[in-house]
Design a protein around this ligand. Structure first.
Ligand SMILES: *Cc1c(COP(=O)(O)O)cnc(C)c1O
Length: 394
């Protein structure tokens, strides 16, 4: 049979059968240590019993009704999320891209209400915001955009972590309505901005009546050691988007808003058939409850420090390793040369890692990773990276 799947992914030669915690098992029973967690999705690891139980119970009672009706599970999740974020309201979709679409639409509506004819959103180089037309247009990566022109307009791009560039735009444009950035760039290579960047950006947005919109799709839900990465700088955005870890693998995205921004999307302005259905909301509520009760946000901070310190000790000093950076359990190891081949070599050894931006090994393990698993990860990576940079020197 020819492959019936569109060739959108260059898939690795493995198919998993089941998982437990940080382990995945392939169809032949071989075990893998998962240091990528379904791309920052499975924060509680695989097959967490509390999420399984919530899903089974909810599936047996009610999966979907549509947003024509009240959804108790959605309200419950909305209350939990807005209180964790210190924000006012939330719209639920089914993915990260959809959460960002909601944010972009909100910003445009807000701009038009202020009499701005061409509402424009400032976005960053090297950013990633999704694969739909508006979100790929917002994304700062030509590879994501190439071939899909005409792009959606209304975005101005600046270098990441460069407030001066944004100040210059403020002096020259009356059309800006919002700034949309990731607190730490994920796909762009785990790029952590200078301390104070978000705080200063918050002040700049306030001064110009712009919305500060943070894409926390990858950084959110505890991964960086706070519920949301903006909390490291005590910043509350006007709009925040979430997805990835929100449902521990069950598709769900959220666009949160605070203050005036929370009142922008009114009846008929936006919607989603599946968005926030009882099943997805049950998974997300169980995920949040478990993160909370098992103190996994604090654990992400501790485990991240331990992992970072061990990595620095083990590979930090090697020629060919440029930098090790990150926050909590979002860590990048930048190498001097492209290292995509490491992913396959790691797979052979039963280790699941990712390489992003060509030469950055990215680690996004489940927050439940144990100290022993951290040791195993550092050991495996140490050997792989050691051999890789040594082969370069030869
Ligand atoms: C993954 C990701 C997205 C897109 O999410 P999808 O669920 O794949 O649409 C958007 N922004 C960031 C920062 C991401 O990491």
């Amino acid at each position: 049979m020819p492959n019936p799947l569109m060739a959108t992914y260059a898939r690795l030669p493995v198919t998993f059968h089941h998982g437990e915690g940080c382990r995945l098992f392939d169809e032949n029973g071989k075990a893998y240590l998962d240091a990528i967690g379904g791309i920052a999705v499975c924060a509680l690891g695989h097959a967490h019993p509390r999420v399984t139980q919530a899903l089974c119970e909810q599936a047996g009672r009610l999966v979907h009704t549509s947003n024509l009706y009240g959804i108790a599970r959605q309200r419950e999740l909305g209350e939990r999320l807005t209180s964790l974020a210190g924000m006012d309201r939330v719209f639920f979709g089914n993915s990260g891209a959809e959460a960002n679409e909601a944010a972009i639409k909100l910003a445009r509506l807000h701009g038009h209400a202020r009499g701005i004819a061409t509402p424009t959103i400032i976005v960053a180089e090297n950013s990633f915001h999704g694969r739909t037309m508006a979100t790929l247009s917002a994304t700062g990566n030509r590879k994501v955009q190439a071939g899909f022109e005409p792009l959606v307009g209304g975005f101005i791009r600046v270098p990441f972590d460069d407030l001066e560039a944004i100040r210059r735009i403020a002096e020259n444009s009356d059309e800006v309505v919002a700034v949309l950035v990731e607190p730490i760039q994920g796909e762009g290579g785990v790029r952590v901005p200078t301390d104070g960047y978000l705080r200063d950006l918050r002040a700049l947005c306030d001064a110009h009546h712009w919305l500060l919109m943070l894409d926390e799709i990858q950084t959110g839900m505890g991964r960086t050691g706070r519920w949301f990465a903006c909390q490291h700088e005590a910043v509350t955005p006007d709009v925040m988007t979430l997805a990835k870890a929100l449902g521990n693998g069950v598709p769900i995205g959220a666009c949160l808003a605070s203050g005036a921004a929370a009142e922008v999307l009114g009846p008929g302005t936006h919607g989603s058939t599946f968005g926030g259905n009882p099943l997805a909301c049950a998974a997300a509520s169980a995920t949040i409850e478990t993160l909370d009760q098992e103190a996994l946000v604090a654990r992400a901070a501790d485990a991240g420090e331990r992992l970072m310190a061990s990595l620095r000790e083990r590979v930090g000093g090697l020629d060919g390793v440029t930098e090790i950076r990150g926050r909590g359990l979002m860590i990048g190891i930048e190498l001097e040369r492209p290292c995509g081949g490491l992913v396959n070599r790691a797979l052979d050894q039963g280790l699941l890692i990712n390489v992003t931006a060509g030469h950055v090994v990215r680690l996004l393990p489940p927050l439940v990773i144990s100290d022993a698993e951290i040791e195993e990860l550092v050991d495996g990576l140490g050997r792989l990276i050691g051999a890789f940079v040594a082969s370069e020197a030869a």
